[in-house]
Design a protein around this ligand. Structure first.
Ligand code: ZN
Ligand code: ZN
Length: 248
């Protein structure tokens, strides 16, 4: 008579049952596939390597380095002191770099919602101490682009972020009225010109006094500035930007 089956002895550690068990139950790191351990779906090494934003300019979210003016009351870079942008505050959870250069494109081009959830969790942790806006407004795509892609990555970040921070998400407050050339193909001046009047607020919409735009990546800021100007023209007193990553 054979004894009772003992799984620990009879199934090799890397047998199909162990692999199945790992695949079904153990959270995996979304970057490298190792076992995930912490709060986020990342392994300890990838979580420790996240490029959290260091001290940054309050208005443009650029890391404050040589441009900072000692003794200036607000944490503003020289460029923002000289020429204040339409955003009252801009906050980025991360500097753009590894592993954001893996996770953000997965959200943007492959609708990887697990990556989106992880990034929204990180944004919630980074922004929980910011002054609370009355609504989050995802930066919209033009309807042609939306039809091609099928979803808006800014909304996929804003939705879980709004749930976590208990803030209303209002994609209805802003629309993209012109289908602008892809910004990445243009230099900074051309970007600003390309975006003039690219956004508008629907006629009957009542814009809350204080809103925060949500987007995946801030590069020159031209897109966020154009969106902020449309909201300010429509009655907002204050528009902030909350982005996942700041590209230099
Ligand atoms: Zn990892
Ligand atoms: Zn600045």
């Amino acid at each position: 008579m054979p004894g009772p089956v003992n799984l620990e002895q009879d199934v090799p550690v890397d047998g199909w049952l162990a692999r199945l068990g790992r695949g079904l139950w153990a959270p995996r790191c979304l970057v490298c596939g190792e076992a995930a351990g912490g709060r986020l779906d990342l392994c300890a090494r990838c979580e420790a390597g996240l490029p959290w934003m260091p001290g940054a300019c309050l208005c443009c979210a650029m890391p404050l380095g040589a441009g900072a003016v000692a003794g200036y009351p607000a944490r503003l870079c020289g460029a923002c002191q000289h020429d204040p942008p339409p955003l009252a505050e801009a906050h980025a959870a991360f500097l753009y770099g590894f592993p954001l250069d893996r996770l953000l494109p997965r959200l943007k081009f492959h609708r990887d919602l697990a990556a989106g959830r992880l990034l929204a969790q990180a944004m919630a942790a980074a922004f929980v101490g910011c002054e609370r806006p009355q609504a989050l407004v995802p930066v919209p795509l033009h309807r042609t682009r939306l039809r091609q892609r099928g979803y808006n990555q800014a909304l996929e970040l804003a939705r879980p972020l709004g749930r976590m921070l208990e803030l209303p998400v209002r994609p209805d407050l802003l629309q993209r009225s012109r289908n602008t050339t892809a910004q990445s193909r243009l230099d900074a001046d051309a970007r600003a010109g390309n975006l003039r009047d690219a956004f508008d607020v629907p006629l009957r919409a009542t814009v809350p006094r204080h809103v925060a735009l949500v987007d995946d990546v801030m590069t020159t800021g031209a897109t966020l500035h154009a969106a902020a100007e449309a909201l300010l023209d429509a009655g907002a007193d204050r528009v902030d930007a909350w982005v996942c990553a700041r590209a230099p």
